[in-house]
Design a protein. Structure first.
Lengths: 155, 106
């Protein structure tokens, strides 16, 4: 055996392990803090996958959900969307832009004092249906509205 | 460090109409800079809104939310002088908390 060579090998393998752990830690740290952040949903690329991640597959359409959004949005980078839910015990509202690269844009969890209303501005890549997925009293309901986009806002 | 948020909370009956404007680039990870290199993802992942310290709205956002995001909500059972607190956290771990007071409708 050649002791210096043995030591060198040990040293490099340790360094390698350290580097691997460090990079894994770095990659994870961007996401790991939010235990509740619906990573599967936000990384889904189709409406069906988003629904699955929310547990809302096959949700019924409801007329008690009103989506306030422009019929035609000139600038896809700023599309104002407001969702009003008149369903009793509204617990959660999600906004999904069907044809975006990652359709799920936002999920809002309402605690006791919140009224069934949220508004936000989202980016949309192209003309598409915007879905509101509402969880009320443990059940899911959906509504949709088409928004035409003149200039896309994702690129 | 991030710039302060603009928060306005106006009372309408017993409901506070809260409007929040945050300052954030909200990069989608799909844009390229002048050199053709992709600008990395940088966006607000979560926003927590509290009413007198009690959480009322917990949001999860993706990069599809517009730059300098706007958030509007209504808080039931609010009174003038109540405190509305907002905290956002982005995917790089940056945080910002601001607070506003509910004002009566003029």
């Amino acid at each position: 055996m050649n002791p210096p060579r043995r030591n060198f090998l040990q040293l490099t393998s340790r360094l390698g392990a350290l580097a691997a752990a460090w990079s894994a830690g770095l990659l994870a740290s961007g996401w790991a803090w939010a235990a509740t952040w619906n990573q599967a949903g936000f990384e889904s690329k189709t409406l069906a996958d988003v629904m699955k991640s929310l547990g809302a597959t096959g949700a019924a359409e409801s007329k008690e959900i009103v989506i306030t959004a422009p019929d035609i949005a000139e600038n896809g980078a700023v599309v104002p969307i407001a969702v009003t839910s008149r369903l009793p015990k509204t617990q959660q509202i999600s906004i999904v832009a069907e044809k975006n690269p990652f359709p799920l844009a936002a999920t809002f969890d309402l605690a006791g004092g919140g009224e069934g209303y949220v508004s936000a501005r989202i980016k949309m890549g192209q003309t598409s249906d915007v879905w509101a997925v509402v969880k009320a009293d443990g059940k899911y309901y959906v509504a949709r509205k088409e928004v035409k986009i003149t200039v896309g806002g994702c690129g | 460090m991030a710039e302060p948020m603009k928060i306005r909370a106006t009372l309408q009956g017993d409901v506070a109409d809260v409007r929040i404007l945050m300052m954030h680039p909200m990069e989608t990870g799909q844009r390229k800079d002048a050199k053709g290199e992709i600008i990395p993802l940088h966006f607000i992942q979560s926003v927590l809104v509290t009413h007198n310290g009690k959480p009322v709205l917990d949001t999860q956002w993706s990069q599809a939310v517009s730059r300098n995001p706007f958030l509007g909500l209504r808080i039931k059972g609010a009174k003038a002088g109540d405190k509305v607190g907002v905290t956002w956290t982005d995917n790089k771990g940056d945080k910002r908390t601001d607070e506003a007071t509910v004002t009566p409708a003029s």
